[in-house]
Every structure is written in C-alpha cells, then in structure tokens.
Design a protein around this ligand. Structure first.
Ligand code: GLA
Length: 388
C-alpha cells in the first residue's frame, strides 16, 4: 500500500524533495453511542484500516490535494491565505479545516503542501473516514511544521475543525479514538473529563465483524444536530429540578425520578437513551474486565434497541442487519455503531459462525433491502504514525 500511494504521488506531483508517508486509522465504537456530547462514556477502538497520506512541503502558499478515492475530482487547489469551507472543495474541506484550526489555535502554517490521500475505510460507512483524515492532517502538520501538540490535542483540533469549519456538531469520540488508538485495546473514555483507560479486547474464539449497510449518510445532512439539540433542551429542563452538568451525571434511578421535568415525550425518550446508554457502557466495560463477554454482548444488543426505539437513529437497513444477526447461533452481540441513519453495525461473532453470519445476514439483507451489504472482519490497531 505504501508503495502504491507513493508511486501515485510521484506520478502526479513529481518525485523530488522530502516526501513523507503517513497513516491514521478509522474507528469502530463497541458501545456508548450518542453519549459523547452528553457528558457520558464511550468505548471505541481504532482499526487497522484507515487513511494513508503522502505529503511534501511547498515553497509557496499553495495547497494541492488529490484523493485516490475520488480520482474523478482530479487535483484540487487552495491557498493557506484563504481557508474557508467551499462546496466544490468536497473532501478537501477536511484537511483545509484542520489547517485553519491550527491557525485559530495560534499555529499558523507558513507554507503550502502537496497532499495525496488514499483510504481503505469504506466511504460514508460510519467508520469515521472524515475524522481519520482530520487526525492524519493534524499529525502531518505537527511533523512537517514542528508544532508542539500531543495526540490528544490533535483529537481536539480535529473536532474543532469539524464543528467550526465543516459545521457538524460532533462530539470528541471519533477523533479521540483515532488519535489515541492502541492495538488490541478499546478506549474507555469519560467525555466529560477526557479521563480514559485502555481495556484489552480479548475475544477468545470470536471476531469483530462490521456489516456495512451501503446506505450512505453524511452527518451534515442527517438528523445528528437535531438529536444533539433535543438533548440540550432536555438537559436544560432537568436542570430546573436537579443540579447536573450533563445527562451523563444521572443514574437510571435519578432519571426516572426527575424525568417529569422534561415537557415533551420525544425529548424524554432522547434523554432516557443518553442516560441509560452511559450506564450500559460502564456496565459493559466492567463485564469485559470480568471476562464476561456474554454480558457484554447482551448490553450491545440492549444498546441497539435503545437507539432504535428511544433515540430513533437506526432505520430499516441497520435494523435488518442487527435483527438478522441476532438470529444466528454464535452471535454474542450486535448493534449499530457510529451516528446511525445508515452506516454500519458491529457484531461479535464466534469464529465458527463468521462464514454463516456473512452468508445469511447478507442474503436476508439483500432480499429485504434490494442491494447488498458488505462485511469486514476487523482488527484493532494503533493510532496515527509516520510510515516512511
Ligand atoms: C458520530 C460523531 C461522534 C458520536 C457518534 C455517535 O460518529 O462524530 O462524536 O456522537 O456519532 O455516538
């Protein structure tokens, strides 16, 4: 892969000078969905698939971008003196946003660069291809221009650019999971404090299988921002009767005690999900610590039901994938992962059931939805790094 992206870079931009090859992973969230902007816990991990970047600094102020995933767009140009989001700039709004965000934080880039990307994360799958590009860009800027930033800073800068340059009010989970990824481990992150611990994922005789619905979604045109503001309104209503900073501060019992303060049935459901999902995530991590993978799986299943019925972010595609998965012997747990409204599901499947899983879920999905799903058996990998 490194050789392929390097060869393409040289073909397009020439082979002279100092050329670097970098990588940042994608991520999958095991449990703790739509909790990260509610002061709750999440439990994601970085993957071994992700985004490759080949880069060389320029003498002038020009930025030249090329993606091997969107070859039809050709080379897209911009300038470090005029960084603003533009519709025609397409995917380059992500690296541009990060360069802009560094500037906002007092780290001005003083020369341009040529950047070629290739991602082997399926586009729009909900495995955070955009956050992968953001963290990759940040890591490249740090290496190329010598900025003094930690990987955690890269996560925050990536989120800042997504929120303020690309207009998506996302939480910190994706960028954090990618910037802080560790092989074989998931990250148990408290999004209220950014305290985190690494938990080894030891699945004896089982695999993590991602089922991709191939229903494309973009956070910007989804109901993501709407869910977020529903939760904010519910929090403000609860704060009239109980002193909390976020929905993540409540236990299930406290929620039941105070929920009548929320003046709308839909908002009660949204807030209920945020509270219960946070508690489920803590229980799931505890279960894993006790080697109780069965309980972990049951909590994953409960997470999906809550996202389907209370948070209402699943849809027929994700529900079909999960409900068909539940029917298969050897499936320990299955749920949608990421923002929802399309994207993919994550399942823990016993080794001997993986082939049956892919065949049967695949067939049932195609019969019901009319087009095929894709399946990936994934491994948990490290965070961003320089390859060459
Ligand atoms: C998207 C966002 C994350 C998080 C998830 C839902 O992936 O980028 O911040 O809110 O949705 O858990």
């Amino acid at each position: 892969m490194e050789q392929d992206v390097l060869a393409k870079f040289k073909e397009l931009f020439g082979g002279e000078g100092d050329i670097g090859v970098y990588f940042a992973p994608g991520r999958v969230n095991m449990i703790g969905e739509h909790t990260d902007y509610n002061g709750g816990h999440v439990f994601p991990c970085a993957l071994t698939i992700g985004t490759y970047g080949v880069v060389r600094k320029r003498e002038d102020h020009k930025l030249r971008f090329y993606s091997m995933n969107f070859e039809e767009l050709g080379i897209l140009e911009a300038s470090i003196d005029d960084l603003k989001p533009e519709k025609d700039a397409d995917w380059t709004n992500y690296p541009k946003g990060v360069i802009w965000a560094f500037g906002e934080k007092g780290m001005k880039v003083d020369s341009g660069m040529d950047l070629l990307l290739f991602g082997n994360i399926p586009n729009g799958s909900g495995l955070s291809s955009s956050a992968s590009v953001e963290v990759l860009t940040g890591y490249i800027l740090k290496s190329l221009y010598g900025f003094d930033v930690t990987n955690q800073d890269l996560a925050l800068i990536g989120q800042y650019s997504e929120n303020h340059f690309n207009g998506v009010n996302c939480g910190i989970m994706d960028q954090f999971a990618i910037a802080m990824g560790k092989q074989g481990h998931a990250i148990f992150l408290d999004t209220a404090t950014l305290d985190y611990t690494y938990a080894p994922i030891k699945l004896e005789n089982a695999k993590i299988v991602i089922s991709c619905s191939n229903k494309k979604r973009g956070l910007g045109d989804s109901k993501y921002n709407e869910r977020r503001s529903e939760c904010e309104t519910a929090l403000a209503e609860l704060q009239q009767v109980v002193g909390i900073n976020s929905l993540g501060d409540l236990t299930e019992e406290q929620f039941e005690q105070y929920k009548s303060a929320i003046k709308d049935e839909v908002r009660v459901k949204r807030a209920k999900h945020a509270v219960y999902e946070n508690q489920r995530t803590m229980k799931a991590v505890e279960a894993l610590k006790n080697n109780d993978v069965k309980l972990f799986g049951e909590l994953m299943n409960a997470s999906h039901v809550s996202l389907r019925d209370d948070y209402e972010v699943t849809g027929v595609e994700l529900d079909t994938l999960v409900e068909e998965a539940w029917k298969i012997d050897g499936v320990i747990g299955s749920r949608m992962t990421g923002a929802g409204f399309g994207g993919c599901t994550v399942s823990i499947v016993k080794d001997e059931a993986v082939d049956t899983f892919i065949e049967e879920v695949g067939k049932a999905y195609k019969d019901k939805i009319g087009y095929a799903a894709d399946f990936y058996v994934v491994e948990i990998g490290d965070g961003p790094r320089k390859l060459a």
